[in-house]
Design a protein around this ligand. Structure first.
Ligand SMILES: Cc1ncc(COP(=O)(O)O)c(C=O)c1O
Length: 377
């Protein structure tokens, strides 16, 4: 007798299956529209306006990607070659790459051992007379301690940028992720919480003047009133109209998708937290300052759990297998002998479980049963 093995990939393959008709309709609609406007048109303006209203921001500027959004913000803040920007030692490459690509120097600060996000005390220790900005990131579904980062930035006279690329929807002390610093960003690439079938992102800010600079920088320094007058040396980071129309439609369902993610994460924690004394540590619980983008465990024998899940048809993922300063690309920006013990330990033990709104209750139960069986729980 054969039994069918369930298959739960880490990334859902049919992320936009339910929206396929919408996407094709929009393609036809915009493809046949008399204006033939495919970038920075009325749909982009509408999306920006909706996001401004939704988050109470002074400005939201749609652009080519989350990475580009970070670059636009740092450029608009005046980060220059030779400046230092303090970033967390654990995170994704864009955090450091966007600094390096401006000719500035990423300075890596260790993370909090439990939340795994930027630790304000560690970041403050890395501030020097060359520090232009501090850029914490909200990762692993947890917002960094922004009240302390905001205090630190004020006290030390440095700019504060939030890499909130994967934290759209998180709110801390009543303030949305992205609006604690001078500017933040959201990424819309497919797998993100407000992902879409393509590349894109936004800059979000409570500073209208900064928003205006970002707006110019995304389109070669033009101010939107006159073409071919370049006030700033800018970038091509324009936003696609079909994607903007798609995002305007999908915005209505975002809260429900975020709630579904949160309730799955809460279910995982309820079932897996009792495994703490068996080498499986769950992420910090609760909804305050959370956007449940990934569900990341710290596991004593991470590779063995990943193998066990794979044999049971469950995909898992390691975000991130190496701290940023240990990456060949960024090691040249570090000093020999420097250590980031919490980031290094986390990189050896972290393992993320599937977490997306399309997971069924049955699948969530099967995933937690499988982890519990591994830990003998
Ligand atoms: C924390 C973080 N920052 C920045 C980015 C860059 O966003 P994008 O892929 O849209 O360029 C990502 C996406 O991978 C991310 O996870």
């Amino acid at each position: 007798m054969t039994t069918t093995r369930p298959s739960i990939p880490f990334f859902p393959p049919g992320l936009f299956t339910a929206d396929r008709r919408l996407l094709l309709d929009l393609l036809r609609q915009l493809g046949r529209a008399p204006e033939q406007r495919f970038i920075l048109g009325e749909h982009t303006r509408r999306l920006e306006q909706r996001l401004r209203d939704r988050y109470g921001a002074a400005d939201v500027v749609a652009c080519a990607s989350g990475t580009s959004a970070l670059t636009l913000v740092l450029t608009a803040l005046g980060v220059r070659p030779g400046d230092e920007v303090v970033v967390p030692a654990l995170g994704c490459a864009p955090l450091a790459a966007c600094v390096v690509n401006l000719g500035a120097v990423p300075v890596f600060a260790d993370v909090d051992p439990h939340t795994l996000v930027a630790d304000p005390e560690q970041a403050e220790r890395r501030i020097t007379s060359r520090t232009a900005a501090v850029m914490p990131a909200h990762l692993f579904s947890v917002m960094a301690d922004m009240p302390r980062f905001a205090g630190l930035a004020r006290r030390r006279g440095v700019r504060l940028v939030e890499d909130s690329a994967v934290a759209q929807g998180a709110v801390l002390a009543g303030r949305p992720a992205g609006l604690w610093g001078e500017a933040g960003v959201y990424s819309f690439v497919q797998v993100k919480s407000f992902g879409m079938p393509g590349e894109g992102g936004v800059v979000i800010t409570r500073d209208a003047q900064l928003g205006h600079r970002v707006r110019m920088l995304r389109n070669h320094g033009q101010d939107g009133t006159r073409r071919f007058v370049h006030h700033l040396v800018g970038h091509n980071s324009r936003f696609d109209e079909i994607q903007a129309a798609f995002q305007c439609h999908r915005l209505a369902g975002l809260d429900a998708r975020l709630r579904r993610r949160s309730s799955i994460a809460e279910y995982y924690t309820a079932r897996l937290a009792p495994l703490a004394d068996r080498g499986v540590i769950t992420p910090p619980p609760g909804r305050e300052g959370r956007c449940h983008y990934v569900y990341t465990l710290l596991v004593e024998d991470r590779d063995r759990l990943a193998g066990h899940l794979r044999r049971h048809g469950i995909g898992s993922h390691v975000y991130y297998p190496h701290p940023l300063p240990r990456q060949p690309a960024f090691a040249p920006y570090t000093t020999p002998g420097e250590r980031w013990p919490h980031a290094e330990r986390a990189a050896r033990h972290m393992l993320s479980l599937p977490l997306h709104p399309h997971l069924t209750d049955c699948q969530a139960e099967y995933i937690t049963d499988t982890v519990r069986a591994f830990a003998g729980g």
